[in-house]
Design a protein around this ligand. Structure first.
Ligand code: SAH
Length: 253
């Protein structure tokens, strides 16, 4: 399947989702609690790889004076975000930018808070930290969720799958060491519960798949994507004790 077709199908399957990756409102608020931003200030916030903006809207609600720039590669996701922000009455504080997270156009030391849920893997954790750090003011905070082994030495099936998918997958200790080497001090860390994967992400996808297949006339490409989503879900349910997203909250030195 060529990349263009794959992207179009991915966007079509995921655009109606509340989230485009594992996570929940509770997880976002828990991370925000650890980030301890001044919620009375006019903070400059970026939500990178925001998708349709579930976390963006939660942040806008919890930080009533913040101005948030929501960034994603896909304009179609940003269009939905803009609609939802208007409905929620915070459209005037949210700006969207369709650009790639490895070529962001923020000014140096302009941001108080960088948020990114389930997205930094697109360019890699260490690469993302190095690319984004200059945009934070000194003392600014980064909150990022990243795929993480919950124990060392995972079983071969899940280890081989993830090492092929995303070789940077590692334990929290290794991720925290990378943060520290990249000029950040850890403020807090927790792991997403299985409900943030299953109830908030995989089950809603499974429910959308029949209509998705119909929309695409059950094309081989659409069926291949549906099968991939099913396999990912199956693998996660069997190995949920071994991996999750870790949420890392850290201050720029
Ligand atoms: N933060 C959202 C979406 C997570 S899915 C949520 O938690 O629901 C990962 C997101 O990263 C998708 O919306 C995808 O479109 C976006 N993305 C992928 N590659 C990107 C890139 N190079 N630059 C910016 N966004 C990218």
């Amino acid at each position: 399947m060529d990349e263009q077709t794959m992207f179009a199908l991915l966007v079509d399957l995921h655009r109606e989702g509340e989230r485009q990756g594992p996570g929940s409102t509770d997880d976002t608020l828990r991370a925000l609690d650890l980030a301890r931003p001044d919620d009375t200030a006019e903070l400059a916030v970026a939500d990178i790889g925001c998708g349709t903006g579930a976390s963006t809207l939660t942040l806008a609600g919890a930080l009533p004076r913040a101005r948030i720039t929501a960034v994603d590669l896909f304009p179609e996701f940003l269009g939905i975000l803009t609609q939802n922000a208007r409905t929620a009455g915070c459209g005037d504080r949210i700006e969207t930018r369709a650009e790639s997270m490895d070529a962001l156009t923020f000014a140096t030391e302009s941001l108080d808070l960088i948020w990114s849920e389930g997205a930094i893997y697109n360019i890699g954790f260490a690469t993302g930290l190095a690319a984004w750090r200059p945009f934070l003011k000194a003392g600014g905070v980064l909150a990022v969720s990243e795929i993480t082994w919950l124990h060392p030495d995972p079983p071969a099936e899940i280890r081989d799958h993830w090492n092929a998918e995303y070789p940077e997958i590692a334990t929290a200790a290794e991720k925290i060491a990378i943060l520290e080497r990249s000029g950040f001090d850890l403020l807090g860390y927790f792991t997403l519960p299985p409900s943030s994967w299953i109830d908030r992400y995989y089950l809603p996808i499974q429910q959308r798949i029949p209509a998705f297949l119909d929309r695409h006339g059950r094309s081989p490409e659409a069926r291949a994507l549906a099968e991939m989503e099913h396999q990912e879900y199956d693998l996660y349910t069997r190995y949920q004790d071994w991996l999750s997203y870790g949420f890392y909250i850290a201050r720029r030195r």
